[in-house]
Design a protein around this ligand. Structure first.
Ligand code: GDP
Ligand code: GDP
Length: 465
């Protein structure tokens, strides 16, 4: 019997979407034969190298014969009994609803091993819901996007020890996986860190090249994918559409989101102004790493700042590239000036790489490639809980939190709850009283001490007395 995971949650949170992603459409379709009413769908799931069985309680909307709630409860209970663990989904965009609480109660009563996840967490719209999920009292929620495939590595990260344990010991009952704060054993530590998986042709590094019109986006992308493809255009045999292009850039499989191509298409349609804003937004949402391409003659224009800020707020890794460097006379002086402007105008991107390039001649492109790859690694970084807590102790000693209104704020422990970008939760007494400057101190410290330059770092405070 393989490890079985039940996907539970109220209708419309994305259970089927996740089921289909994990099982693959092929199998899901077999189960969806017309005329066959199935209560629980079962499928062989694959997540990276993990293999397990999933059961899905979706499709309850179809149940008209009995009351929806009663049926939901019955099916969920059955799924829980069949499964080794439950993946409890809520909708990050909707937040925690009363129906979600009902499910949480069922899971608690059944003493189920629960992985709590807030689905539809792509982009910024899901952040509040993700944090709200803590209120269910089922531990740390994962942020997932079943539709976009985000958070799958995080899911694998929490599933792996459960599967290993179940398979190793053949036990029916699996103890809860909890953070053990007394565990500072270095060796054990290593196990908890997920290694960076380099991009592959089936999972290419997704980048977007954004910037003002005429910054050189088309020139850059064409240089990367090779001039010949440009000359031959989007005809037979060339995998290039208006939206993205797959390429192998110096051995790294990449999918490049081409806003320049979109803009040129928009121009034909005479909707340039209207489309350019949403183009940038779409590109940023698509990308893992956003390359903000600046024109050396007019760097850090309002439009550049806006898109760079957007990329940071959306949680993307950012690389700044200053183009047309071949035109620059006094390179040393200009670079100093650019760095000063960068620090002053985009403090939120502190530590992000600034690379000078010439899309026209190809100079600097290798460095740009390396910076993108490195930014991607940092963005994916995971720090083990024990290392974080050792670090936190040092930070607190060095600079204790203030005591506003005579109340001492205690920061008890912290853990990384997500990657891409890295997100951390700190359990604190009176987190609402902690000044933003102290959070900044911690974020800057994380950045320095765990070597995470230029990636957005999310730090959440969670109340615990
Ligand atoms: P179920 O009833 O729980 O099985 O939910 P479905 O899988 O049928 O999904 C309900 C709706 O949410 C569908 O319209 C999906 O396309 C949408 N959905 C599922 N996952 C995501 C996601 O990750 N992000 C967003 N934005 N929508 C999603
Ligand atoms: P886009 O609007 O951002 O796609 O910009 P294009 O790629 O169309 O480039 C705009 C203009 O800048 C064209 O005339 C390019 O030849 C020129 N250009 C692009 N990159 C460079 C560069 O590195 N050096 C110089 N000198 N000109 C460049």
């Amino acid at each position: 019997m393989s490890f079985t995971l039940a996907i539970v949650g109220r209708p419309n949170v994305g259970k089927s979407t996740l089921f289909n992603r994990l099982v693959g459409k092929r199998l899901a379709l077999v189960d969806d034969q017309p005329g066959v009413t199935r209560d629980l769908r079962e499928g062989a799931a694959r997540l990276g190298d993990l293999k397990f069985t999933i059961i899905d309680t979706a499709g309850l909307e179809m149940a008209t014969d009995e009351s929806l709630q009663g049926r939901m409860r019955m099916l969920t209970e059955r799924a829980v009994e069949m499964a080794d663990a439950c993946l409890f989904l809520i909708d990050a965009r909707a937040g925690v609803l009363p129906a979600d609480e009902i499910f949480a109660d069922i899971l608690r009563k059944k003493n189920a091993q629960v992985i709590l996840a807030a689905n539809k967490a792509e982009g910024k719209a899901g952040e509040a819901g993700l944090m709200e999920a803590y209120s269910l009292g089922l531990g740390e929620p994962l942020g997932l996007s079943a539709e976009h495939g985000e958070g799958m590595a995080d899911l694998a990260y929490v599933l792996r020890p459960m599967i290993d344990l179940a398979e190793k010991e053949h036990v029916d009952y699996i103890p809860e996986v909890d953070i053990d704060l007394t565990d500072t054993d270095e060796e054990h530590d290593e196990d908890e860190v997920v290694e960076y998986i380099p991009p592959t042709p089936s999972k290419p590094l997704q980048i977007a090249v954004v910037g003002r019109p005429n910054a050189g986006k088309s020139t850059l992308i064409n240089k990367i994918i090779g001039e010949e493809r440009l000359l031959t255009g989007p005809e037979a045999g060339i995998t290039r559409d208006a939206i993205s292009v797959m390429t192998d850039w110096s051995g790294t499989p990449m999918r490049i989101f081409d806003t320049a191509g979109m803009r040129k298409k928009a121009k034909i349609q005479d909707k340039l102004e209207k489309l350019s804003v949403s183009d940038g937004l779409r590109a940023v949402k698509f990308a893992e790493v956003v390359v903000v391409l600046l024109d050396v003659d007019i760097p850090f224009e309002q439009q550049d700042l806006r898109i760079a800020d957007l990329a940071e707020r959306e949680g993307r890794a950012v690389v700044l590239a200053v183009n047309k460097w071949d035109l620059e006379g006094d390179k040393q002086d200009k670079l100093k000036q650019l760095k000063e402007q960068f620090g002053r105008l985009l403090p939120q991107l502190r530590g992000a790489p600034l690379i000078t390039v010439s899309a026209l001649t190809g100079r600097g492109l290798e460095r740009l490639h390396d910076a993108i790859l490195e930014a991607h690694q940092v963005w994916n970084r995971r720090v083990s809980t024990s290392a974080l807590n050792r670090w936190l102790v040092g930070m607190l000693e060095q600079h204790p939190p203030p005591a506003p209104q005579g109340k001492r704020i205690k920061l008890r422990y912290m853990t990384q709850v997500k990657a891409r970008p890295p997100g951390f939760v700190v359990m604190a007494s009176h987190p609402d009283l902690l000044p933003a400057s102290y959070s900044r101190y911690l974020v800057n410290g994380l950045r320095e001490d765990f070597d995470m330059p230029g990636t957005p770092i999310r730090l959440f405070m969670r109340s615990q007395n």
